[in-house]
Design a protein around this ligand. Structure first.
Ligand code: PMP
Length: 404
């Protein structure tokens, strides 16, 4: 199996670029990942050769498009070890997937005084929809605090969970700090109290295998674009018992069985939750990204990413003016440089062709809890990064320091 990273990089045309006079060092993978040629080919092939709407027409092209679209759903189900493809709902991304649950479960099953448990580490996409559901139902948000090392405080979580806890919505991997949260443990505690559980997997699926049955969560949400597929396509896994009970959230074509002016009957899940023409090309291309990942030796890719992470942490640790935030374990490392605005550092890195991200990383409550109003600089990895990329970042920080 291919674990030659230099060879794998050739599958990603975007990586072979010169940016600001330097070879691109792409370390903004938590924002979005680059796309391998088979994913680009899948998009092109769909639009060039099989473009037709799915499910409705009885002609050959529509049949081909429908088969490819539904096969992609099956690939995604296998990818996260869902019991059935009928538990895979296509969405625009993680944000839409969480909004769907916040609407169809949150607004329909929560009552005044019920508690929704989140954590301080959440992305805004896993905060705001619950805040809206709470405002609409009279439910209350509870937030798991952090320990001194900025990790989730499991003891505090245990104390917060009670029979009032009706819903746990928790990130698998923090996009802001690269921490892997103890989701299985939290799900176990929440389920014992009778709560529904949702995992925001946006930052997990591109880095390590996910098994929704082993996690035993009711919902798992992720975005294609964070795992080498296009933007505009994402996934909500939902346990079939829940999908059967939940009302639809958007309505219109595709999601119905029968319509009259008096009444409508709804289609079965997952179609009940997929109103309108879906992102057909995106779903097929996400299937191609799954195929691409499954064809690799994922354990070797994980080891490679971990080696890069350790190289980066060691290099940053050796810099007296750099403070690493939290305990990064997957994907992303957030840091600040004493007396330097994160944006200034990022601009100087960009001039050297190094792409990182700065600011609050869509986690303003987290930055507030960490007393970092200007946010951090975040370098985030994918398996196609190399030890040279990390060396370039570390040298780039040294150069920026000279210029500042
Ligand atoms: N949750 C997390 C942890 C994320 O990192 C992101 C994207 N930065 C999202 C949710 C939202 O994903 P999307 O914008 O693709 O809907």
């Amino acid at each position: 199996m291919a674990t030659d990273i230099k060879a794998l990089r050739r599958d990603f045309p975007t990586l072979a670029q010169i940016v600001n006079g330097h070879p691109l060092v792409y370390l903004d993978n938590a924002a979005t990942t680059q796309k391998p040629q088979p994913v680009l080919d899948a998009l092109n092939h769909y639009y060039r050769d099989t473009n037709a709407n799915v499910h409705r027409a009885s002609h050959a092209l529509s049949g081909q498009a429908t088969r490819a679209f539904e096969q992609a759903r099956e690939k995604v189900a296998r990818f996260i070890h869902a019991p059935s493809a009928r538990e895979i709902i296509w969405t625009r991304g993680t944000t839409e997937a969480i909004n769907l649950v916040a609407f169809s479960v949150g607004r329909h099953f929560l009552k005044p005084g019920d508690e929704i448990l989140l954590s301080t580490l959440e992305h805004h996409a896993n905060i705001v929809p619950w805040q809206q559901a709470a405002a609409a139902t009279g439910a209350v948000l509870k937030v798991i605090p952090l320990t001194d090392s900025a990790e989730l405080d499991l003891d505090a979580a245990g104390a917060l969970i009670s029979e009032r806890t009706k819903l746990l919505a928790i990130g698998h991997v923090s996009n802001a700090l690269g921490q892997v949260n103890p989701v299985a443990e939290l799900i176990r505690l929440a389920k014992a109290a009778g709560a529904v559980t949702l995992v925001d997997g946006a930052q997990a699926v591109g880095h390590f295998p996910v098994d929704v049955q082993a996690l035993d969560c009711d919902f798992y949400a992720f975005s294609g674009h964070k795992m080498f597929a296009p933007t505009g396509i994402g996934v909500l896994y939902g346990r079939s018992e829940w999908l059967a009970r939940m009302p639809p959230w958007q309505t219109g074509g595709e999601m119905i069985k029968t319509v009259s002016f008096e009444a409508t009957t709804f289609n079965e899940p997952p179609f009940k939750f997929e109103a309108g023409t879906p992102n057909i090309a995106g779903a097929i291309a996400l299937g191609a990204a799954v195929d691409y990942l499954q064809a690799q030796d994922r354990a070797a890719l994980m080891r490679h990413e971990d080696t890069l992470l350790q190289q980066l942490l060691t290099g940053l640790d050796a810099m007296a003016d750099i403070r690493i935030i939290g305990r990064p374990r997957a994907g992303a490392v957030s840091f600040v440089m004493g007396g330097v605005h994160p944006q200034d550092l990022a601009t100087l890195l960009d001039m050297q062709g190094i792409a990182v991200r700065t600011g609050h990383h869509c986690a303003m409550p987290l930055m507030q809890a960490l007393a970092l109003p200007q946010g951090t600089v975040r370098a985030s990895l994918a398996f196609y990064n190399t030890s040279d990329d990390i060396a370039a970042l570390l040298a780039g920080i040294d150069k920026a320091r000279e210029l500042l």
